[in-house]
Design a protein around this ligand. Sequence first.
Ligand SMILES: Cc1cc2nc3c(=O)[nH]c(=O)nc-3n(C[C@H](O)[C@H](O)[C@H](O)COP(=O)(O)OP(=O)(O)OC[C@H]3O[C@@H](n4cnc5c(N)ncnc54)[C@H](O)[C@@H]3O)c2cc1C
Length: 407
Amino acid sequence: MADRKAVLVGGGITGVLTARELALAGWDVTVLEAEHVGAGSSSRTAAGIRQQFSTPGTVRGMRYSVGFYKDFARETEDGQSPIVQNGYLFLYDDPKQWAGAQRRVEMQHGAGLVEVEALEGDALFDRFPWVGRDAVIGGTHCPTDGFLHPHLVYNEGARRVRELGGRVLQNAPVTGAVTEGGRLVGVKTPKGVFEADLFFDCTNAWTRRLSRVLGCEELPVDPLKRYLWFLQREGAMTAAELQAMPLTICPSGLYCRPENRETLQMGKKHDTPPQVDFTYDDQDLIEPEFSHKGGLDGVPFELWMELAEVLPPIADFGGIQATTCGYYGTTPDHNPFLGYDRALGGLVHLVGFSGHGAMLGPFTALVAKSLAEAGQDVPSVVIDGFDVDVTCFRIGREYDHSEQMVI
Ligand SMILES: Cc1cc2nc3c(=O)[nH]c(=O)nc-3n(C[C@H](O)[C@H](O)[C@H](O)COP(=O)(O)OP(=O)(O)OC[C@H]3O[C@@H](n4cnc5c(N)ncnc54)[C@H](O)[C@@H]3O)c2cc1C
């Protein structure tokens, strides 16, 4: 029996992958999930995974995540891979932004992402014939980016935790704290009190509320509603073309990717106030203007037309079939908080993923293991022999290095 105990609050991608990582390192782990595994954003995500980030550390971290998800097929019950590597294609129409993107590609090459390319003219339009020649001036493409099957990640992650001797308890909301001398030593749930040497807050969009329950510091993580829409393929684009499409990001930040051979998923962030006290039902509540049922006056129809300006064959699609939604847990600089609470000992926060938590999951778990082993915040983690700086994820940092590529 392992002698070091960890309790993880929240059974989404972050909680289960971190529990798995700690269990492999010899920790006795228990995940406490208020509802059921995947009850939060992890089941409502576009699940895009890209290594095209704007700092070398994040590029290396995301390379680690991609490698992890490829290997994770070996740990799933029937060998199914959780990752589809269709690539990511960022498109640009503004010369200044395109110049910046080309500089980023050089930085990304330096950080080991050798396969990312900056494409212009025929090199771009011949490879991606569904991109409008008049709509963009260039694009960056990384063929090893793509998207995940998130249910495989959290369900198989939870199964793996149990296989490694850990526990994943559902319907176990954390409702109180047991502290000793300024340190968290136990958490209360309707299923009893769970004691541990170390606790992890993996509640993302719920973190402010969990903080009030635990009496620790409340981090600036705002739950923001985000929508996805699903369009039915029709017209000139074939099923094979749709299925092979990379996750494509238009200059306006509007993005799309194949859901399957017949359906295209589309999303775009919008201005919306934070909803700190959202309910589980609110996660699926669709405001009328964002519903595909709103017809020609609704936001989804406008976005479909916006998408068709950049990707003309989409204009002939059959219509928008469905709308889904969930919450981002957004921080001031769009980077997560991965670090020790400054008011309460024995507690690590892994929250504030700002729309990147599915892709960051394996990297987060790696950082969490380093934090657990060190017993304090660490400046870096080692990936492929490189020291990857993680001070940009510290609690209490200055928000002066915003992640620039947020969609
Ligand atoms: C529309 C949309 C599109 C997205 N697109 C992408 C994308 O392309 N790529 C990407 O990487 N990410 C994307 N994201 C973000 C990603 O889904 C999240 O960052 C990620 O799922 C967060 O996982 P998590 O495990 O940290 O949190 P969650 O999955 O939200 O899990 C938190 C869990 O904590 C539980 N919990 C809360 N309070 C308590 C308590 N008191 N006690 C016990 N349990 C509690 C909840 O029930 C929940 O299950 C998207 C999100 C949305 C909504």
